[in-house]
Design a protein around this ligand. Structure first.
Ligand code: SF4
Length: 205
């Protein structure tokens, strides 16, 4: 597959296709407090050596890829549970914020599970997202519905990558408040400009 996607890009696309395009098509990145804290958190968890506690082995910064879906990336933590027969693998992703109703983070974790299944020839049934702000570990079951939606997001993201066109801003203004790219994206200017054109067209007719 020509256009390899980063596993982390799935979360970007699901959150806002424009954000995905700015980062992965236009190669723009900017940090804000949230991304800086997120990077710090990942540095802390990525650095560790594998360790064994009881019958569970903890592998950190595990490389991932899927030939079928054209994905590549790295996962924060893989728990290998030798208490189970067959051995169970659980991907764990660390996030700075808190759990969300939307599946943005779950898509990313599910994509990690799909990569693991292809790489290790096993079935990965569930994993977890650990949220730093709330100190909460959320279990995620990789249901057929979640898998299907994840593959849909991957395919839409790849389509956008191939088209190479940055789409308009999301309609959900709340997302822009937490977005590190807000100063570069300028969503309000884009929206004003767009509504100006719309009004102009109305009067022209
Ligand atoms: S500022 Fe808003 S529209 Fe722009 S990339 Fe971020 S979330 Fe998307």
């Amino acid at each position: 597959m020509d256009d390899i996607l980063a596993v982390s890009a799935i979360q970007h696309y699901a959150y806002c296709p424009r954000q995905f395009a700015l980062i992965h098509i236009e190669q723009i990145w900017a940090d804000n407090r949230f991304t800086a804290e997120g990077q710090l958190l990942h540095q802390r968890v990525d650095g560790g050596e594998p360790e064994q506690r009881g019958n569970i082995r903890y592998e950190r910064a595990v490389l991932l890829n899927s030939q079928r879906l054209g994905l590549t990336g790295k996962m924060d933590l893989l728990e290998v549970d030798n208490n189970q027969v067959p051995v169970q693998l659980h991907p764990v992703e660390y996030k700075r914020g808190k759990s969300k109703i939307q599946d943005w983070d779950r898509f990313q974790l599910c994509a990690q599970a799909i990569c693991l299944e292809e790489m290790r020839g096993v079935c990965v049934e569930d994993g977890a997202i650990w949220y730093w702000e709330t100190r909460h570990r959320e279990s995620v079951v990789f249901t057929p519905v979640l898998r299907e939606k994840t593959e849909e997001v991957i395919s839409e993201a790849r389509k956008l990558l191939q088209e190479g066109k940055t789409p308009p801003p999301t309609n959900d203004r709340k997302r822009c408040k937490a977005c590190s790219l807000v100063d570069i994206c300028q969503p309000e200017i884009f929206r004003l400009d767009h509504s100006g054109h719309y009004i102009q067209e109305l009067f022209t007719e």
